[in-house]
Design a protein around this ligand. Structure first.
Ligand SMILES: Nc1nc2c(c(=O)[nH]1)N[C@H]1C(S)=C(S)[C@@H](COP(=O)(O)O)O[C@H]1N2
Ligand SMILES: [Mo]
Length: 552
C-alpha cells in the first residue's frame, strides 16, 4: 500500500519533472531565438514544418474550421504532443535516467532540423536555439530524476519524506534539524523529494526568467518594426481611385461595408510569426528569364515611383460558397507592369520567354502568377498602402502584390522580396506543389449577407442583400430565388469598377413559414454562376449560396 503510493508519487513527480524539463527547454530555446532569429525557435519551426507537411485537404479543412485561429490550434496541438511525450519521458527517465535525457535531446534535434529546413533559414545558427533548449531540458530532467532515484549527485538536501502530501505516517516525517545541510543521506528507498523540489523550483524560476527575458526582447524588436512602420508617410498617389459613390455602397442593416476595414480584412497565410520587415533595409530583386535589366528596388524607390490607388476585391481560393475570405481594400502601389517593362520583360503574347512570375516572400513562400495577366493592362501592383495606411504587418508590410481577378494564392504575395521570371513548366510554387491549380482566376460568386442563416424575421418586407464578385470581368446580374420559385432580378448597386465586388438587394414580401433564399450571379462575359457544387480544391469552390430563414 505504502510502497504503491510512494511509487505513484514518484511517477507523478517524474512526470512533473519532465514537464518542467520541456518548459525549461522551450524557455531557453525561445530566448535563443529572441537573441538570434525569432523564426528559428522550435515552436515556430516545427509548426511551420507541420503546416508544410500537412496534406492540402487537411490544411484547407483547418482554415475553414478554425479560420484565423488555425495557427493557435496548431500551437496548442504541438504543446499537447510535447506534454504527452514529456510524461512518457519522465517515466522512462525513472528507470533509465540517461535514456530520458537522450529523449529530450532527440526532441531538440527535431526542432533544430525543422529550423534548418525552413525555406527562410539561411544559416546553421538557426539550429542553436533548439540545441541550447534541448541541452537545458536534458540537464533538468537528468538532475530531477536523479533526486527521485537516489542516484543524484552533489548537493541534495535532505530527509523530508514528510514533505510529500499524505506521507506523514512514515518514520522520519518532518524536517529534522539536519535537513538542508546538504549532508543528509538519502532515504533508504532512494527518494529525495526535498532535493527534487529545490532543484525543480530553481529550474522553474530560471526558465520563467528566460521566458520573460525573451518576451521582453521580442517586444523590443516588435517595437522597432512598429516604429519603422509608423515613420512611413505614403505620398499622395498620382493616379487616385475614384470616390466610392453612395449608389455603390448600400447602407443596409446587416450588410458589410463596401470597403473592408483593415482590422476586419481576412488573413490567410502560413506565417506562424508575422514577418516584421525593416522597410529601410528591404530590397526587391526582379530577375530571371527574359529580364534584360535586372532591378534592385528599395522601399524608397517604390514610394518615389508613380503611385496608383485602386479599390480591388481580394478573394481566397479556400473560401467556401458563402464564406468570409473575401474583402475589398483601397490599395496604393506601383504598377508591376511598369517595373517589368523597365526590366526588359515582354509578355508571352509579345514573344517573351517567361510565362510565370514567381514572387517569393521573406518567409520563403512562393506564389506563381501568369506574366500575361500582370502585363495585360489590369491594375496589377506592388502595393505599399492599404486603406490609407502603410500595409499592416499581417497584410504584408512593407510590400505585397495585388492582381485583380486572381485568387490570392496565385497573386497576392505578402512580404515580397524577390520576383523571378520563369515558366510554368520550369517551376511549381508552394501551393501548386500541394496540388492546388497552377492557374486560378477568381470564379464568379455571390453571397447573401442578410438575413443571416436561421434568422426569424417577421412577415412583411424583408431586405435580402449581399455581394457578388467576378473581379476584372464585372458583375452584370444577380438573381434571388425563394424556395423553388422563379429567379427574380435583384437591385444592383452601381458598379465601382469591374475589379471590386458589387452589392445587391431585394425587397422580399416574406410570408410565414420556413424558406430557402438562394442567390446566383452572372458576370459580364454572360456566364451565370454554376449550381454544381465544387470543393475549394484545386481552383476554387462553385455552387449557389443559400440561407434558410423562418418567417414568424
Ligand atoms: N508570404 C505569403 N503571402 C501570401 C500568403 C502566404 O501564406 N504567405 N497567402 C496568400 C493567400 S492564400 C491569400 S488568399 C492572400 C491573403 O491575403 P491577406 O491575408 O492580406 O487577406 O495572401 C496570399 N499571400
Ligand atoms: Mo488564399
Amino acid at each position: 500500500m505504502t510502497t504503491n503510493r510512494a511509487l505513484l508519487i514518484r511517477r507523478a513527480l517524474a512526470g512533473a519533472g519532465a514537464l518542467l524539463a520541456v518548459f525549461s527547454s522551450l524557455a531557453v530555446a525561445e530566448l535563443g531565438a529572441a537573441l538570434t532569429r525569432p523564426e528559428a525557435g522550435p515552436l515556430v519551426a516545427v509548426g511551420g514544418a507541420s503546416i508544410d507537411l500537412t496534406p492540402a485537404a487537411v490544411k484547407d479543412w483547418a482554415v475553414r474550421s478554425f479560420g484565423t485561429d488555425d495557427k493557435l490550434v496548431l500551437r496548442a496541438g504541438i504543446l499537447t504532443v510535447l506534454a504527452l511525450s514529456a510524461a512518457a519521458l519522465g517515466l522512462l527517465a525513472l528507470r533509465h535516467r540517461r535514456a530520458g535525457a537522450l529523449g529530450v535531446l532527440a526532441f531538440g534535434a527535431v526542432g533544430a532540423l525543422a529550423a534548418l529546413g525552413r525555406p527562410d533559414s539561411v544559416s546553421w545558427t538557426d539550429a542553436l536555439p533548439s540545441a541550447a533548449g534541448a541541452l537545458a531540458g536534458a540537464a533538468v530532467l537528468y538532475v530531477l530524476t536523479g533526486r527521485l532515484t537516489g542516484t543524484g549527485t552533489g548537493t541534495s538536501a535532505g530527509t523530508g519524506a514528510g514533505a510529500g502530501p499524505g506521507a506523514g505516517a512514515g518514520p522520519g516525517a518532518g524536517a529534522g534539524p539536519g535537513a538542508g545541510a546538504g549532508m543528509a543521506p538519502h532515504e533508504p528507498d532512494g527518494r529525495d523529494r526535498r532535493g527534487f523540489l529545490i532543484a525543480a523550483s530553481a529550474a522553474a524560476v530560471a526558465s520563467a526568467g528566460a521566458g520573460t527575458l525573451s518576451r521582453g526582447l521580442t517586444a523590443a524588436r516588435t517595437g522597432d518594426a512598429t516604429g519603422a512602420r509608423a515613420a512611413v508617410t505614403l505620398p499622395a498617389p498620382g493616379s487616385p481611385a475614384p470616390a466610392i459613390a453612395t449608389r455603390t455602397a448600400l447602407r443596409l442593416p446587416g450588410m458589410l461595408p463596401f470597403t473592408t476595414p483593415n482590422k476586419d480584412f481576412y488573413r490567410v497565410d502560413t506565417a506562424l510569426v508575422v514577418p516584421e520587415v525593416d522597410a529601410t533595409a528591404w530590397r526587391l530583386e526582379i530577375h530571371g528569364t527574359g529580364v534584360t535589366r535586372p532591378l534592385t528596388l528599395t522601399f524608397q524607390d517604390l514610394l518615389e515611383g508613380e503611385l496608383i490607388e485602386r479599390d480591388i476585391t481580394l478573394a481566397c481560393v479556400s473560401n467556401e460558397v458563402g464564406g468570409p475570405y473575401v474583402g475589398t481594400a483601397r490599395w496604393i502601389g506601383v504598377r508591376l507592369a511598369d517595373l517589368l517593362r523597365r526590366a526588359g520583360v515582354r509578355p508571352p503574347s509579345r514573344g517573351g520567354p517567361a510565362d510565370q512570375l514567381v514572387a517569393r516572400s521573406v518567409d520563403g513562400m512562393t506564389l506563381g502568377t501568369p506574366v500575361e495577366d500582370v502585363m495585360d493592362g489590369r491594375d496589377a501592383m506592388l502595393a505599399v498602402g492599404m486603406n490609407g495606411e502603410p500595409l499592416p504587418f499581417d497584410h504584408g508590410f512593407p510590400v505585397r502584390m495585388v492582381v485583380p481577378g486572381l485568387y490570392g494564392y496565385v497573386s497576392a504575395c505578402k512580404w515580397v522580396e524577390d520576383i523571378e521570371l520563369t515558366t510554368f513548366d520550369a517551376y511549381d510554387p508552394y501551393w501548386v506543389r500541394r496540388k492546388w491549380a497552377r492557374r486560378a482566376p477568381v470564379k464568379t460568386q455571390s453571397r447573401i449577407d442578410t438575413p443571416k442563416p436561421f434568422a426569424r424575421p417577421a412577415p412583411g418586407t424583408v431586405m435580402v442583400a449581399g455581394v457578388a464578385w467576378a473581379q476584372h470581368r464585372g458583375i452584370d446580374r444577380v438573381e434571388v430565388r425563394v424556395d423553388d420559385g422563379p429567379w427574380r432580378p435583384a437591385d444592383l448597386a452601381a458598379e465601382h469598377t469591374s475589379d471590386t465586388w458589387r452589392q445587391w438587394s431585394l425587397a422580399w414580401k416574406a410570408v410565414p413559414g420556413t424558406h430557402t433564399l438562394t442567390v446566383r450571379a452572372t458576370d459580364r462575359t454572360g456566364e451565370t454562376q454554376t449550381e454544381r457544387r465544387a470543393r475549394t480544391m484545386p481552383d476554387g469552390a462553385t455552387g449557389w449560396h443559400s440561407v434558410v430563414v423562418t418567417v414568424t
